[in-house]
Design a protein around this ligand. Structure first.
Ligand SMILES: C[S@@+](CC[C@H](N)C(=O)[O-])C[C@H]1O[C@@H](n2cnc3c(N)ncnc32)[C@H](O)[C@@H]1O
Length: 393
C-alpha cells in the first residue's frame, strides 16, 4: 500500500470499499478480491483488503480500537501494545501537571502518541516515512484526539526537546536485515536519541528489553515491563531519579531498587518449591527482591531460579513443586520419566546449553502423566529438577 492508495482509502468511496472488505474478513481471499473488483479498481481493492486484514491482526494489540484504526504491516509490528502505552501515559501523567506538551520523535502509526493524547497530553510527532505519518494522522482522527495531535514528516534529529515538557522516543529496531539488538543500529541512531535525551527536561525512551546496561544514561530510571508474563520492552526515564523498576501488566504491580547493581540474594539448599521469576524482574536485576518476597534463596548465585520451603503466592514468579533433583544425565532422566510414565513434559532452562527440542526427541517420552523439567546449574553442576506446576497465585 502506497501513500496514494492510502489517501484514496480515506475518501468516502475508499471508506465504503474498506467497510465491504471488513465484512469479507475471513472469507476466501480470491473470492473477496473478486467481489470487491466488481465495484472498485485493483488498487483500491488491494488497499481495502490489506487494511481490513491488518485491522483483524491488530485486534490482539489494540482491541476494539483496531476496527477503526489504520496500519501498515511494519507500523503494526513495531507499534506498542495499547495496555503498555496506556501504562506509560498514566505514569507520565502522575509525574507532571498539568498535562504536558510531548514531542514524539519517531511516532510510527501512533501506538504511543494515541495513548498520550488520550491521557490528555498535547503531542507533536514526526516520522521520516510519509505513509506512516498519514496513517498516524488518520488514527488520531479515528480515535477522536486529532485536536491534541500534530504529526508531520520529519527527522528526529530536528526535534527541539527544549520546546516541550517531555521528549518521547521509540526508535525503530528493524534494519534491512531484520530485528536489531544493537542500539547503535536503531533508527534514529542511539547518539541522536542520547542528544535529544540530554536536552529534554523529562525524557521517556522505549528500548528493547535486552538493552545492555552500559547504554543506559547515568541517573536514568529504567523500567522493564512485562505483559501477561512476557517481557515487552524497557523504558528509560530521565528527569525523575534513577534506579531500576519492573512492572507487571495488566496487574500494575511494581518493584523498584536504586542504582544499577543487583542486590546479592542468599544462596542455599533446594527447598520444596522452585520459583521462576518474571522476566521483567530478571532483566531489572530484581531477583533478590523477588526472593525476599517469597522468603526464598537462589539455587545458584548466578542463575535466576529461587527456591523456598513454602508455596508463597506472588505475581512475580511462577511456582513449581520439586519432586526430584538429579545431576543432568540423559539416561537417568529418561529412566525416571519412564518409571513415572511421564509422556508430556514442559522443558524450561536457565544456565543450561542443552537444546530443548533435541532433548525432547532424545527422551522418547511415553505415558499419560505430565511434568515440568527444569534444566539448570546448581553450584555450577548441570542439574535437572523434575517438578509439577502449582496453580497461579
Ligand atoms: C518503533 S516505530 C514507533 C512505534 C510507535 N511508538 C507506536 O507505538 O506505534 C519507529 C518509527 O521510527 C521511524 N523513524 C526511523 N528513523 C527515524 C528518524 N531518524 N526520525 C524520525 N522517525 C524515524 C520509523 O519510520 C518508524 O515508524
Amino acid at each position: 500500500m502506497d501513500l496514494d492508495a492510502f489517501t484514496e482509502l480515506l475518501t468516502p468511496r475508499g471508506q465504503e470499499a474498506l467497510a465491504r472488505a471488513g465484512e469479507l474478513a475471513g472469507a476466501d481471499p480470491v473470492a473477496a478480491a473478486t467481489a470487491l473488483r466488481r465495484t472498485y479498481d485493483a488498487a483500491l481493492t488491494s488497499a481495502a483488503l490489506t487494511q481490513a486484514g491488518l485491522r483483524e491482526r491488530a485486534k490482539a494489540k489494540f482491541g476494539r480500537d483496531a476496527s477503526v484504526m489504520y496500519f501498515t504491516p511494519h507500523g503494526l509490528e513495531q507499534s506498542t501494545r495499547a495496555e503498555v502505552a496506556e501504562h506509560r501515559a498514566r505514569r507520565l501523567m502522575k509525574m507532571i501537571e498539568p498535562p504536558p506538551a510531548v514531542a514524539d520523535a519517531c511516532c510510527g502509526i501512533g501506538g504511543d502518541l494515541l495513548a498520550l493524547a488520550r491521557a490528555g497530553c498535547a503531542v507533536t510527532a514526526v516520522d521520516t516515512d510519509p505513509l506512516t505519518v498519514a496513517v498516524a494522522t488518520a488514527n488520531a482522527r479515528a480515535l477522536g484526539v486529532a485536536e491534541r495531535v500534530t504529526v508531520r514528516v520529519g527527522d528526529a534529529a530536528e526535534i527541539r526537546p527544549e520546546e516541550y515538557d517531555v521528549l518521547f522516543a521509540d526508535p525503530a529496531r528493524r534494519t534491512g536485515r531484520g530485528r536489531t539488538f544493537d542500539p547503535m543500529a536503531y533508527s534514529p541512531p542511539w547518539p541522536v536519541v542520547l542528544d535529544l535525551i540530554s536536552r529534554a527536561r523529562l525524557a521517556c525512551v522505549k528500548v528493547a528489553p535486552g538493552i545492555p546496561y552500559e547504554f543506559i544514561p547515568e541517573g536514568a530510571q529504567t523500567e522493564w515491563v512485562s505483559y501477561k508474563g512476557e517481557v515487552k520492552e524497557a523504558t528509560i526515564w530521565t528527569g525523575q531519579g534513577g534506579g531500576r523498576r519492573a512492572t507487571l501488566l495488566p496487574g500494575g504491580h511494581a518493584l523498584t531498587a536504586p542504582g544499577t547493581e543487583a542486590t546479592a540474594a542468599p544462596v542455599g539448599q533446594a527447598g520444596r518449591y522452585v520459583y521462576e521469576p518474571d522476566g521483567a524482574a530478571v532483566r531489572a536485576h530484581l531477583v533478590a527482591e523477588v526472593a525476599e518476597l517469597v522468603g526464598g534463596r537462589l539455587l545458584d548465585p548466578l542463575i535466576a531460579y529461587i527456591t523456598a520451603d513454602d508455596p508463597v503466592g506472588t505475581p512475580w514468579a511462577t511456582r513449581y513443586e520439586i519432586e526430584d533433583i538429579l545431576p543432568f544425565s540423559l539416561k537417568k532422566l529418561r529412566a525416571l520419566l519412564r518409571e513415572r510414565q511421564i509422556g508430556n513434559v514442559t522443558i524450561k532452562k536457565r544456565g543450561s546449553a542443552v537444546d530443548i527440542e533435541r532433548l525432547r526427541a532424545d527422551l522418547r517420552l511415553k505415558g499419560d502423566n505430565s511434568a515440568v523439567v527444569i534444566l539448570t546449574r546448581i553450584l555450577d553442576k548441570p542439574s535437572v529438577l523434575l517438578c509439577k506446576p502449582l496453580s497461579p497465585a
